[in-house]
Design a protein around this ligand. Structure first.
Ligand code: S3P
Length: 427
């Protein structure tokens, strides 16, 4: 489906954004492994999280939505039953990797598949350590790619140092570790998002942290609980970027998750000269949240070093867009992981922004943009990637003329209603 955007007026108004996608996945999965009822609200009613619910149902878990509330009747890991059909993770690597970790400890065979984008994503990073823990896993795709066939059973704890600091890998190993004999120690995962750890603590897991970024899990029982889900910082970031880039904008976003492992984009926006003010800070369900106000500003280029990348991993395509608007050079390094997301996000954003006249150079692990440049509307492609599609829509707001983005339907993976909201705010 094509979507057309023109130059936008300054963004004005007060909005909320969809519930956090990462926390929604975890509420469903961890709730299904716990004992008793877990309720989570508001739950993200979007493609990726619906894939998770579909997989859990195939595993025999009683899970349903009442309005915007998710209700999971947990019966512990033993409540998961051998599936009679494949689990379909759709576009969602979080679904596939987290479920694979939990399935490694279940004494049956399960096959988990995904769409063409997910079939291209690397799984060796979970398959290798889960095999070391004792699971039998066959990756049917080339070079350990999906579909995955998992024959789980009794697991033993291991010590594993992650090569890439990935929340999905860390979470998969934690969910396997919960079912393993002895201790599972995961090293090198302290900068990536920690929603799994926070929710496990809320549910009573025996989880400890030590220097050097180590996590230790012992076999423990989880208790179902009530989870309040904040707005998704990654979804909010598209609106924050749009407001920051269009002078005269003033936007207020209520109830956004401010977990420090997710909020790196705010500090980069501030370094670029945008005025982002946080207020109403509070904690619910072991997760910080607050309100954000941003005003349009004239932006300056910024250099983002590798250590900052995990806390803004999904927002990096937006920095390429903002770089076109900012005075001077914007450089991102150490973000090679972006090449393994729903699309190769480095290649995709550079290719599409160049069609609009951007001065952007692709680097192996990031990009260099020179600004400001007067972008022109163009025919663009989403690459089937929700975050690329929305980042390009933000660029269209300050481009001359009309921009057509093909493959727009992928936006429903994380932010149904984005286009309407953006139009309302820029009308
Ligand atoms: C996610 C973790 C990140 C992120 C993805 C969601 C999660 O991926 O990019 O959108 O919910 O755990 P990695 O863990 O692979 O870095």
């Amino acid at each position: 489906m094509d979507m057309v955007f023109g130059r936008g007026r300054p963004l004005r108004g007060e909005v909320t954004v969809p519930p956090d996608k990462s926390i929604s996945h975890r509420a469903a999965i961890l709730g299904s492994l716990a004992w008793g009822r877990t309720t989570a609200a508001p739950f993200l009613h979007a493609g990726d999280c619906l894939s998770t619910l579909g997989c859990l149902r195939v595993l025999g878990v009683e899970v349903h939505l009442e309005g915007e509330e998710l209700i999971v009747e947990g019966r512990g890991p033993e409540g998961w039953k051998e599936p009679r059909s494949d689990l379909q993770a759709g576009n969602s690597a979080t679904t596939m990797r987290l479920l694979a970790g939990a399935l490694a400890g279940r004494p049956f065979r399960a096959r988990i598949d995904g769409d063409s984008s997910l079939r291209r994503r690397p799984m060796r990073r979970i398959v290798d350590p889960l095999r070391r823990m004792g699971a039998r896993i066959t990756a049917e795709g080339e070079d350990e790619r999906p579909p995955l066939v998992i024959e789980g059973g009794s697991l033993r704890g291991i010590e594993h140092r992650m090569e890439v600091d990935s929340a999905q890998v860390k979470s998969a190993l934690l969910l396997a570790g919960l079912q393993a004999e002895g201790e599972t120690r995961i090293l090198g995962g302290r900068s990536s998002r920690d929603h799994t750890e926070r929710m496990l603590l809320l549910m009573g897991a025996d989880l400890t942290f030590s220097g050097d970024g180590a996590l230790v899990v012992k076999k423990s029982d989880l208790r179902g609980c009530r989870i309040e889900i904040p707005g998704d910082m990654s979804s909010a970031s598209f609106l924050l970027a749009a407001a920051a880039a269009v002078p005269g904008s003033r936007l207020f976003i209520r109830g956004v998750g401010l977990n420090p492992t997710r909020a790196g984009f705010l500090s980069v926006l501030n370094s670029m000269g945008a005025l982002v003010v946080e207020s109403g800070y509070r904690e619910t369900s072991n997760e910080p949240r607050g309100d954000l106000e941003v005003a349009g500003a004239s932006l300056t280029g910024v250099e983002v070093e590798a250590w900052r990348v995990p806390a803004l991993i999904d927002e990096i395509p937006l920095l390429a867009v903002l770089g076109c608007r900012a005075r001077g050079e914007t450089v991102v390094r150490g973000a090679q992981e972006l090449r393994f997301k729903e699309s190769d996000r480095i290649a995709a954003v550079c290719l599409e922004l160049r069609k609009m006249g951007a001065a952007i150079e692709e680097l192996p692990d990031g990009f260099r943009v020179e600004g400001p440049v007067a972008l022109r509307g163009a025919r663009l492609d989403s690459h089937g990637d929700h975050r690329i599609a929305m980042a390009l829509a933000v660029a269209a707001l300050f481009a001359e003329g009309e921009t057509v983005i093909s493959g727009w339907e992928c936006v429903s993976i994380s932010f149904p209603g984005f286009e309407r909201l953006l139009r309302d705010l820029t009308r």
